[in-house]
Design a protein around this ligand. Structure first.
Ligand code: ADP
Ligand code: MG
Length: 697
């Protein structure tokens, strides 16, 4: 919205410079356009009235019609208050005011009837409402048919009579003066196809609803619009990127065929095959690939990445794989070295602890092109690491890397930006993925390798500990290995350490004959690595650890995951941890230990874990419990700036809006057709004001 809508709110009748300054400061609202988008966050049903006898303490806010019996000042000093005794035909109650007493006294008429609105509270046997909103009873308000909008406001604003009602009054004025200037932002075609009401009507209804179904349609229309433009921007970015960057054509599959016929140790799952096909489609296309592979823990993402690397190498180029931690990079390296060796391909590992001499060799061999695959941590990003021809950059567990870091990867090839394959084991609900990664292509590995037995998960209380110890004993006797994980306690590293050290001691006492590893955050990297390796090799039977083992670690012989204080973990973290077991052929178990008393959310989390192994289902529950704002990566993305739409609740509308945006661009990528003018105008307008959307990808 431009021009008129940029008018400063101080010029609105009833606002003026002083209140405008306060609104600027308190609500961060400066212009007509911004104020118009200060939508109510809920509505009060003003069609419903309660009798005094019907009041109960769960009620948030009620309307009562009552007559004033008596008004008196009671108490002294700061306890001084104005109390109105009121009554209807079912009983009596009190209305009280601690502030603004003089004004109320002056304006209240004894023995008149009023409509009171507020949250009822009970003192002794008597109901009372503090600082009710009140209006004299008229036939108009008794029979009215509307929903009162409730606007968010602040204490300071309320003190200047800008409570929800005060804002509503200003809105009346605002909507009136803005109305002739409001322009439609959607084409008729889209309005019709998705049965959306017009923008003007939507704005009027959202602030001053006349009927519940019209309010619903107004909300739907505005949510749709918000999602639509979010998606349209993301898709346009993608189109722009595809046009701007050509990709190196990687279409030689010789090595892939050789690996596939002679070396691969297992049959690929259909999902793996599909994702490889999707990626190959990009690699050979001449466009630069930017693909996200989502796959639950253990779904075999690494093999997909390796096969893509083979395609790059066959085509005369190099590949690199970047992991977030040294442990993970090392594990990827040892896993992939086995395959690379079979194929006679040179592979190496570069991390912070790679020695100087070894580094120099790596740098040389990268430049000469002899080294085909480089695995590593952030160390890969250093400027000195230069490739002869890097064509494929694979990033594991991507949420741990910032966007800036990924941009550095892009700079590793001057002629062609490398194809980028991002792998994540954090399943993201589809709706969120569409938005967070809206300009990436997404592939999903939604199938586990055959023969995996689903992990059995149980929830046990601390009092069952002896039984749990008995179970550990049995499993270790069968030759299995066990993880016992303690939460990181953010407030206090010391507490953390104490927690895990106490655990270690009691485990050592319970199992004096089993070698035990311990890994915690305060250990040096090489000490951690040493302990990890002992467990990986099977020398130790039990691994006691804080959450440092969370990502990626692969010990197929480990079949039991015990999570202590499980109520303290988030759902996605629990799911990640559980994914450390169930990687071999044996039946695996996850035991969630908790105290007896649990919050409602904790209980839902633990129940969800017990009920399902499906990462996507778990991600959905997580999104519902926490809302999108807390989920990984959403803060920086700007999607929490949504005004009315809600990613966790409005998935259906999002899907429609995404379809609409896609369809629009497919038909008119430049938005040059006359009927799409409203959309072009809106996009241009948003470009002027919008956050930098490119930071999303
Ligand atoms: P993630 O997707 O969690 O990174 P990995 O790539 O580490 O999973 O794979 C987990 C384990 O499953 C590894 O030991 C890997 O060798 C094995 N694996 C991968 N694909 C298959 C398959 N198609 N059949 C059997 N095992 C597989
Ligand atoms: Mg992995």
């Amino acid at each position: 919205m431009s021009g008129f809508f940029d008018t400063k709110i101080e010029f609105l009748k009833g606002v003026g410079p002083q209140r405008a300054a306060l609104i600027n400061k308190e609500l961060n609202i400066f212009t007509f356009g911004e104020l118009l988008q200060h939508y109510p966050f809920r509505y009060e049903d003003r069609t419903k009235f309660f009798k005094i006898r019907e009041l109960h303490s769960d009620m948030e806010s009620v309307q009562v019609i009552a007559k004033i019996r008596k008004v008196e000042l009671v108490g002294m000093g700061n306890k001084k208050r104005l109390v109105a005794q009121v009554a209807d035909e079912t009983g009596e109650m009190e209305m009280t005011w601690f502030k603004g007493i003089a004004w109320v006294q002056k304006n209240i008429t004894p023995s008149a009837a009023y409509v009171f609105l507020g949250k009822p509270a009970q003192f002794g046997r008597k109901w009372s409402i503090a600082h009710p909103e009140m209006e004299p009873l008229t036939t108009a308000n008794e029979t009215r048919n509307n929903f009162q909008p409730i606007y968010s406001t602040t204490e300071k604003l309320k003190a200047r009579f800008l409570d929800s009602r005060g804002i509503s009054k200003i809105m009346e004025q605002l909507v009136q003066v803005c109305f002739p200037h409001i322009q439609e932002t959607m084409s008729n075609e889209i309005l019709e196809q998705y049965q959306l009401i017009g923008k003007k009507e939507a704005i009027r209804q959202i602030h001053f609803p006349t009927k519940p179904d019209l309010l619903q349609r107004a909300r739907k229309r505005l949510k749709f619009e918000e999602f639509f433009y979010l998606q349209l921007r993301l898709l346009m970015l993608k189109v722009a990127r595809v046009e701007k960057y050509r990709g190196q054509i990687l279409n030689n599959t010789e090595l892939l065929t050789e690996f596939y016929t002679n070396h691969i140790p297992f049959e690929l799952t259909n999902a793996q095959k599909r994702v490889i096909r999707e990626s190959y489609g990009d690699l050979k296309s001449g466009k630069q690939m930017n693909r996200l592979i989502q796959g639950d823990v253990g779904s075999g993402k690494t093999m997909v990445a390796f096969i893509c690397a083979l395609i790059a190498i066959s085509s005369g180029a190099q590949a690199c794989l970047m992991a977030p931690t040294e442990i993970l990079a090392t594990q990827h390296y040892s896993g992939l070295k086995e395959f690379a060796d079979m194929m006679g391909l040179k592979i190496d590992l570069l991390t912070g602890s790679t020695k100087k001499a070894a580094r120099r060799i790596i740098h040389e061999e990268l430049l000469s092109g002899e080294l085909k695959i480089l695995i590593g941590t952030h160390a890969l990003l250093e400027d000195i690491v230069q490739f002869q021809n890097l064509a494929l950059a694979i990033v594991d567990e991507q949420h741990r890397f910032g966007v800036a870091q990924r941009a550095k990867l892009w700079a590793k090839n001057e002629q062609f930006i490398p194809h980028v394959l991002v792998m994540t084991a954090t399943p993201i609900p589809r709706t969120l993925a569409m938005t967070l990664y809206g300009d990436l292509d997404v592939s999903v590995i939604d199938e586990m390798p055959a023969g995996r037995k689903p992990i059995q998960t149980v929830h046990r209380y601390d009092k069952d500990r002896l039984k749990v110890f008995g179970f550990i004993n049995e499993e270790v006797k069968k030759g299995r290995q066990v993880y016992i994980v303690y939460p990181l306690i953010e407030e206090s590293e010391k507490m953390d350490l104490k927690n895990v050290m106490d655990g270690y001691e009691s485990i050592s006492r319970a199992f004096p004959n089993y070698p035990i590893s311990i890994v915690n955050g305060s250990m040096k990297a090489d000490a951690k690595e040493y302990e990890m390796q002992r467990f990986v090799k099977g020398e130790t039977k039990i691994m006691v650890a804080t959450t440092v083992i969370e990502v990626g670690v692969n010990v197929p012989n480990a079949s039991v995951m015990i999570i202590e204080n499980a109520e303290r973990f988030g759902l996605s973290q629990l799911h990640q941890l559980r994914g450390r077991v169930g990687r071999g052929a044996e039946q695996s178990y996850c035991i969630l230990m908790s105290k007896y008393e649990l919050s409602k959310d904790s209980r839902v989390r633990l129940e969800t874990m017990v009920r399902t192994n499906d990462g996507f289902e778990i991600a959905d529950v997580d999104l519902r419990l926490r809302g999108p704002g807390d989920l990984m990566g959403t803060q920086q993305s700007g999607i929490t700036d949504l005004l009315i739409a809600d990613l966790s609740k409005d998935a259906a509308i999002l899907t429609l809006a995404r379809d609409a945006a896609q369809q629009l661009l497919a038909n008119d990528a430049e938005l040059t057709q006359p009927e799409n003018l409203p959309m072009l105008r809106q996009i241009k307008q948003q470009k002027k004001t919008a956050v930098n959307w490119s930071r999303i990808s």
